[in-house]
Ligand binder design. Sequence first.
Ligand code: AMP
Ligand code: ZN
Length: 726
Amino acid sequence: MLRIYDTLAKRLSTIQPLEPGRVGMYTCGPTVYRDAHVGNLRSYMMADWIRRALEFQGVSVHHVKNITDVGHMRQEALERGGDKVIAEARAHGMAPQEIARHYTDRFLSHERSLNILPADQYPKATDHVPDMIAIIQDLLRAGHAYAVAGNVYYDVSSFEEYGKLSGNTGDQGLREAVRIEPDPLKKDPRDFTLWKLGEPGRDLVWDSPWGKGFPGWHIECSAMSLKYLGARFDIHTGGVDNIFPHHEDEIAQSEGFARGPVVTTWVHGQHLLADGVKMAKSAGNSFTLADVESQGIDPLALRYLCMTARYSARLDFTFTSLKAAQRGLLRLQNSVWEWGRLPEANSGGESAILEWEARFLDRVNDNLDMPGALALSWKVARAALPGRVKLAALLRFDRVLGLGLADVAGRYEVTEETIASVEHRSAHRRNREYDEADAHRIEIEREGFVLQDATGETRARPKTAWERREDAWPSISSSSEVESLIDRADEVDFTIAIVASNYLDDARRCLKSALRWVGNSAVEAVVVDNCSTDGASEWLEERAKTDARLRVIHTDHALGEGAARNIILRQARGRIVVMLDTSVEVTGDLCGPIASILADESIGVAGPFGLTTSDIRTFHEPRGRTGDVDAMQAYCFAFRRSCLADVGLMRESFRFYRNLDIDYSFHFKDKGYRIVADPGLPVRLREHRVWSALDEDERDELSRKNFTRFLARWGKRLDLLTSSER
Ligand code: AMP
Ligand code: ZN
């Protein structure tokens, strides 16, 4: 039977259903005001593997997953009075219910794409407000709660076991977790809100014995789990960030109400990370299933990727590892497809299958060791067994893995016509007419099929979305994937360096204008297409076909600004590199004057838009003529490529462009180079759409993060400033 780590007992425990053969499981579900990111989805896959593992072993699972919809607020947001669903609805001019419905539907479709078995029930918080009120009333009667001025709080001191899940018991720990001003109505800062009075003008409020208001977040999970699974149930799942306060508070509520233990086993999944930190929308490092699919990557590749680490370990999400998972999945699918075409074995193999299955279950039951289970599946795939036996074993395993292996044949269907062409080609091969055979292969592949030679027979299957995408243009996942040419000799006079992230019109204007004014210089343009989705990728590819000076490098997800620019810095072969932002238009000979400024070897950087500072905190745009400045803005930033060996690349921790240019300017200053601005350079600034597309909060947040990074490194280096300001 499945043994799994129980966060409450703090040890592995064997799942022993309260009711023989039947398990009740509750999973904290999504808040539906935006798409779940792939980190959230990892949590739901964990619950799915638990469920599949149990069902595989003959236990039926009653699975409940709540939908946190309109009107409920996360505890942290609650105190600040913001409801994300309502805010999102306002921003789109939609009713909160419409937003919730839209994202619920999307969530369910993402679950389907990931082969997550649908829960038996998806109760919505808004449908259960009366249940929540009933529990709150009972908690009041039982002395676990108190009402003040239309609010009801849980009295943490009334529940002796508070803290048993998270270990977070003392005031100290709790105060640290609460960053906001304590609510003066609370008796104890540890107390949490069960019901909150609706502020005037709030649309979503419910009648209650304490006036019109709305419930706290934790109470919804108590209400819905108790209602659908009863006062005792087997398993409760969530991500580790749910342990405190959400589940600690849920235990206090549910056990206060049920007067005894409710959940037998608490299971928490570790986080999916990106760039080394927890993936979260607010951290700017989250990706959704739509981002995965836009790369032609099968959503099930994400499932495969999540299987490469145990649920209890952090897992770093990168597109590089996702693509590796996609390749692994495709190989497995192809094997299944091949075995499926073999003639039915007459008998035998049953004992081998049972033996492998026992080993497979050992892995799964060992604290959900999906990496072990996957490795074992590969062992079977490579074992010296008849193909049909391997197929039978893997299809059984897949009831737990959930990789959709049984559907492969359906996905790989081809038309009679293609089968005939393949047969035609095979006939040529049999006659040793290899040229003709090759011509047919090319033809078949052009039609979008892959030919696969297997066990004496050649078959065609349609290319997967991912293979089609890879054919169109290769893409990279990080700057380290491109070779560094920094030490190589110059090949041209100038490299025009542009990062295009959507805004096709801007990229086109910038690139065309830059190439129009190069005169007799030998120029190359290296453009990083930073995962555009508005047709910029296609336009650049087309343009590169007819203009040998242009080289395009595509990325498979939106890289940070520092990383994207570093791709060009590593690949540039011009004596002088001119970085241009797509918001600029070149209106005259730019290269000539830049070359003459940079002829002075003491000067490291040249450009039109300089900045000066006297305190490294506030930067000004100086008026007037050519002169020394402290930093050059990235709209147009030129330097000799030979400086790179000395100055280094940009810092990739700068994901957002703002202040990256100042930071990089200081790299030059630190190596003793001057920075010279010539406001007369023929460059015109157009609307900077990357900036105008952001709302004010986002701009501030992103800019501030970068500025903090900049200050941490250079804040004390007043010695680097130009004498004109000091
Ligand atoms: P939320 O929509 O924020 O309630 O999150 C839904 C589920 O995803 C919860 O169980 C969270 O614990 C979990 N979760 C949130 N962020 C991550 C992450 N980066 N990796 C894995 N699980 C996460
Ligand atoms: Zn919950």
